[in-house]
Design a binder for this molecule. Sequence first.
Ligand SMILES: *Cc1c(COP(=O)(O)O)cnc(C)c1O
Length: 453
Amino acid sequence: MNETLKFLLDDAAMPRAWYNLVADLPVAPPPVLHPGTRAPLAPSELEPLFPRAVIEQEMSAERYIDIPEPVQAIYRQWRPSPLHRARRLERALDTPARIYYKYEGVSPCGSHKPNTAIPQAFYSKQEGVKRIATETGAGQWGSSLALAGAFFGLEIEVFMVKVSYQQKPYRRAYMESFGARCIASPSMETAAGRGILAQHPDSTGSLGIAISEAVERAAQNADTKYALGSVLNHVLLHQTVIGLEAIRQFDRANDYPEIVIACTGGGSNFGGLVFPFLGSQLRGGPRVRAIAVEPANCPTLTQGRYAYDFGDTAHLTPLMKMHTLGSGFIPPGFHAGGLRYHGMAPLVSLVVDLGLAEARACHQRECFEAGLTFARAEGILPAPESNHAVRVGIDEALKCKAEGRSRSILIGLSGHADFDMQAYSDYQAGVLHDHTYELADLERALAALPSAE
Ligand SMILES: *Cc1c(COP(=O)(O)O)cnc(C)c1O
């Protein structure tokens, strides 16, 4: 079966359990530390922020964790997501490579993010929570949690980075359509927001600031929990439905990828796609070359340090060992808003540190160029974030051509661009530039890393 592969109606390909890479890693992940005492965090210390079931998953070393039936029932609306063979792209590139893409744009919000929004809302509801506070940068995560809140009857409060709030009114309208409340961050509603505004009245916000506001809201209200759309172990765990399905779909196609590529913002779609393949490799299965692709303007894995750092700007979160540019680093503006985070998932950082995956950084214009090549061949306009994976997928396919060798390449297509057409307008109008950050800003942010080893 090597024409376009679609198993949308094939329930058998949908996993009944998520996969936890921790069970198969050769080392235990470094512990998360208390921001004050710098001692390993006890699970109970996270209870003000997360439902107990989520905390258990965050710290679990079990290989498989059952997906609750009500979550499976919602997943079935769009899962299994399709694995396509990109035949027309192969022809356009004139490459002997076999290019596949796993497409998460079929979810109601157009990205992979509902894969974790749904279970996070489910566990909150189960534990009697009334409200979830969260942050959103470009708007994809806020939209996904808004949807999940509507399904489970939860109030959703979204602190949206002010610059996006102003530039993306349709994203806000989308969240509000599902009943969420959307607040421009920094706001006057939290001490963290008021503190930033007192110092920088014109602040256009950042993901780190919005996280501080949402965390503060949850910590101070007993009926409110917090939800994060990436970075944490449980988020990557929920996203493994992507890779687990892909393995079954490849099996049906009598193929297996030699190279697996995904973009990395906080690391969740990368972990979700790649970890099941790495797990299989660690248990003696076939090797894969895993490539994490990040924006050159927020080069966490390629230029950051692997060290303990805070997840937010106001330093309210626990310390995690991860690749980081420093929590004070504010990347220059570019269009892949979902990739503008100073840190990286601790599990993705560990996997890169162990040499189980490699990292690459790409500039935004080369990514948009690749996105248009992909769109004109395959008919899907990738999200600006996904273009990073497409860029490297195309580069690897062209390498196959130069070497006269066929390889199987899997691209994680994390979402479509239907909400991000401004980015494509700017690219086509030639007004997108590859600005780079100031090295001094990065050095300053790295020098301010907390001491903890
Ligand atoms: C949020 C987002 C990303 C980046 O987040 P990860 O946690 O690194 O996956 C990538 N692609 C799309 C479409 C997104 O919405």
